[in-house]
Design a protein around this ligand. Sequence first.
Ligand code: ATP
Ligand code: MG
Length: 201
Amino acid sequence: MKVGIMGGTFDPIHFGHLAMAESAREIFELDEVLFIPSARPPHKVEKKVTPEVHRLMMTYLATQSNKFFQVSPMEFLRDGLSYTLDTVEELHKKFGAATELFFIIGADSMADLYKWHKAQELLQKVHFIAAARPGVKVDFEKLENFFGAEGMKHIHQIISPKLEISSTELRERVKAGRSIKYFVPEVVEEYIVKEQLYLNG
Ligand code: ATP
Ligand code: MG
């Protein structure tokens, strides 16, 4: 089995996330893609994040129409910061040694990969699939210096639609009373309106 992991704050989930997950699934022939909202992202401890229940609900709503997409609340069920290494180890236990894991990330996250918690150990246990992101250039030479040629075999780049969408911009749009139509699935837009999310930033 080949399982994709799509991690993120998903505050809110948008078509950028969904398009890259679907491209990765298709190109790498993944059996499924597991969307895992992060509880306490180590790089966002200072920032205010929307309550878990809303981010989880939006992730379910956004992925329900794709039979290959699943959602896991596993990072919400753990204490402490959400380290990808812990998640990957938990998934290896769940799926067994015969399953390969592919962590799907955007270029901005890829550029920072060497800063992740126990990055070298992590790269031995999981493949990374990097999708381009408008306005972001990844310094692959820097990554190679850090991870070595062997490590780079676990880093793959894909061509996927480049969508200039970020959750930050969507939160700002809602706060300013602007439209987020065609940036997020309609069900997510409806949920944001109904639950009055992002009205205060
Ligand atoms: P925020 O602005 O709050 O940081 P975001 O849009 O970057 O939100 P995240 O939840 O932080 O979304 O991102 C989860 C993952 O998806 C990260 O690996 C990020 O690089 C990737 N990602 C998000 N949006 C895009 C996009 N438009 N294109 C490519 N990758 C993306
Ligand atoms: Mg981000």
